[in-house]
Design a protein around this ligand. Structure first.
Ligand code: MF3
Ligand code: CO
Length: 248
């Protein structure tokens, strides 16, 4: 069952999403050589609480932090460490905010200083693939129309889509139905209706799509240790255009 959201409920998700997006704007200025993921995490938790929200991730299935910070070969769910960023790193930051019991979920990938041309392209194609997916987030479409649009864009540029992790419904819980894979044939899976709210979150690898989980039980890394990128927005299906709810 996909729990459809009312106008008012979507309004609360939009407020959660706004706190998340505004926090990310601040965090981006702090992703510089010498700063650490733990410093970002402390800033984010304080920022979220100061703006009337709660961090969605902290305590979620035992997760210990407010942010996921995933560097280079880390795909997602990186637990913030005290290891400083360095020039050339690719840094993904994922944030979830609860506002009045509703979640907003988003992620971006940014460069530390100057990065290689191939990392640059990986970031661009991953971001574009998210927007190709969002374009399909329309009433009457199937979930897999989003999946297929993401996959096609990524593979056209010879990158690969991670299969083991998927996007998801968003609402009173961080992860609701439906699952939103980043690969698949069009015209399959649940049909999107007005009031469906989903997080679309392509995870794209430079090399092989294969991933594993590190010994810390959370950090997902590429098996070939080549870099990975991740972008995420929370989207509402409306009568008209898809609405991005995670905007500053
Ligand atoms: N955006 C991520 C997701 O949807 C964040 C989850 S991190 C966790 O999976 F720590 F909360 F699990
Ligand atoms: Co998510």
């Amino acid at each position: 069952m996909i729990a459809l959201k009312s106008r008012d409920e979507i309004g609360l998700i939009r407020q959660a999403g706004r706190i998340a997006a505004q926090c990310i704007e601040e965090l981006v200025t702090q992703i510089v050589a010498g700063n650490t993921p733990l410093e970002l995490d402390r800033f984010a938790e304080e920022y979220i609480r100061k703006h009337g929200g709660l961090p969605s991730f902290k305590g979620y299935m035992g997760y210990p932090a407010s942010l996921c910070v995933s560097v280079n070969e880390e795909v997602v769910h990186g637990i913030p460490t005290s290891r400083p960023f360095k020039e050339g790193d690719l840094v993904s930051v994922d944030i979830g905010v609860i506002y009045e019991e509703f979640h907003g979920d988003m992620a971006i990938t940014v460069a530390v200083g100057k990065i290689s041309a191939e990392k640059e392209k990986l970031v661009r194609i991953t971001r574009e693939s998210l927007y190709k997916g969002i374009e399909q987030a329309r009433a009457g479409n199937h979930v897999s129309d989003i999946s297929n649009a993401v996959q096609k864009h990524v593979e056209k540029h010879s990158f690969s889509v991670v299969r083991e992790l998927v996007g998801h419904g968003v609402g009173r819980r961080l992860h609701e139905e439906p699952q939103v894979p980043n690969y698949g044939k069009p015209g399959e899976g649940p049909i999107l209706e007005v009031g469906t709210v989903i997080a679309i979150e392509p995870m794209v690898n430079l090399g092989s799509p294969k991933v594993k989980v590190k010994n810390d039980k959370w950090t997902v890394v590429t098996l070939d240790l080549l870099p990975s990128a991740h972008f995420e927005h929370t989207i509402a299906i409306t009568e008209k255009e898809p609405e991005i709810l995670t905007l500053p």
